[in-house]
Design a protein around this ligand. Structure first.
Ligand code: MRU
Length: 372
């Protein structure tokens, strides 16, 4: 995506040395665009754990590049397996991490140590490039859903609907910052906006880390997409008053039956959407589908993050410094489950790179016969 006219990905190999990894430090957004240069696998692991990079597809790509840095130091079997396991343990819920490590290791295990470094950069580059292409395809398929609503508005108003945008509600950040580029849930919005369809996005703030308020709002703003940030609990009210045409969210792991894990609070939006007859779509690239499991609530590991993310809020003070302040009594306990699972029965459908399908096993298997 472009920022002030300059195209960026969220992660890339440094053009100067061809080895080190550059990434946008998302903990600094929306206040500043900080590009970090990482040279060691432990720095990549830290970047994933501390959420300098986050979002399921980007976590996978970052770990792939992390393995490149690891191999630059030691390309033996033992070191490679150890460092891959270390990267795999950084965050538990997004299955893209496991997918990327398995794909890297499948290639590297059959490559002699002397050729591993070049093979690793090649494979990580492919993972990154494929993510961009996949998300572009999700955008094209999902755009049809937005355009269908716009056409309905147009028909209902006797052709005078120019001033009425399609209102999409999204949760967390599943935009280009959560991927290598383009995003998943936001890709259809960008595609529709770029094609001239009037879209307005309700952006859930997404406590406790505020990925909606800080990241989704920032990237929509840079792209000129009209949006409004709302408190996490506002979505149900907006739906009751006809102000949401569609919900589109991303996912960290989707079972082969269509249960979808995404940022905590997504499930409540799905319940509100069902109660109000609002379509609830999950944008999901195929590396986010875990074909090995069927029961999302029982089988998807849910990350428990530090309580401090709940007890504090972070923002920018008038003097420009970034500050965290405590908003919970010091003697109160806090818990921080980072994701929840929306059962397939609440999901209208999945938007994948191969098209849209129902969130149920047969439809998913028909779209992905090679994986199912
Ligand atoms: O904890 P995060 O910020 O990594 O969570 C991100 C999300 O929940 C996204 O919605 C999901 O990864 C999909 S990203 C295309």
């Amino acid at each position: 995506m472009k920022i002030d006219g300059t195209p960026y990905r969220t992660i890339w190999v440094d053009e100067q040395d061809g080895r080190s990894i550059r990434l946008i430090d998302q903990t600094k957004l929306p206040w500043s665009l900080d590009i970090r240069r990482l040279t060691h696998v432990r720095e990549i692991a830290h970047a994933i754990r501390s959420m300098q990079v986050r979002g399921a597809p980007l976590i996978g790509a970052a770990a792939a590049y992390g393995l490149c840095l690891a191999l630059a130091e030691d390309a033996t079997d033992a070191a490679m397996e150890r460092d891959a396991a270390m990267l795999l343990a950084t965050r538990p819920t997004a299955v893209n991490l496991r997918w990327a490590m398995e794909r890297m290791l499948a290639r590297l295990r059959e490559t002699p140590p002397a050729g591993r470094l070049a093979a690793a950069y090649d494979e990580a580059g492919r993972i990154a490039d494929e993510d961009v292409a996949t998300n572009r395809a999700i955008g094209a398929h999902g755009r049809a859903l937005i355009d269908a609503v716009a056409a309905r508005h147009h028909g209902q108003s006797g052709g005078r609907s120019e001033g009425r945008p399609v209102n999409v509600l999204t949760h967390c950040n599943a935009g280009w910052l959560a991927t290598v580029d383009h995003g998943t849930a936001l890709a259809p919005i960008y595609a529709a906006h770029d094609a001239g369809t009037a879209v307005h996005v309700w952006v859930d703030e997404t406590r406790p880390r505020n990925q909606g308020a800080a990241l989704t709002a920032w990237e929509l703003g840079r792209h000129g997409v009209p949006h409004t940030v709302v408190a996490d609990n506002a979505g149900g009210h907006l739906m009751q008053h006809g102000q949401v045409d569609l919900v589109i969210v991303g996912a960290d792991r989707v079972t082969r039956t269509g249960d979808a894990a995404n940022k905590i609070g997504t499930y409540l939006k799905a319940l509100a959407a069902r109660d109000n007859g609002v379509p609830f779509w999950v944008a999901v690239p195929s590396p986010t589908i875990d074909w090995r499991i069927a029961d999302g609530i029982a089988d998807i590991p849910i990350e428990e993050r530090p309580a401090a993310e709940v007890t504090t809020v972070t923002g920018r003070a008038p003097d420009g410094s970034v500050v965290s302040v405590r908003v919970v009594p010091t003697d109160s306990a806090a818990a921080n489950p980072a994701f929840d699972v929306t059962p397939a029965r609440l999901v209208t459908g999945l938007i994948t790179e191969r098209g849209c399908c129902a969130a149920e096993p047969a439809a998913m298997a028909a779209l992905f016969p090679d994986h199912a």
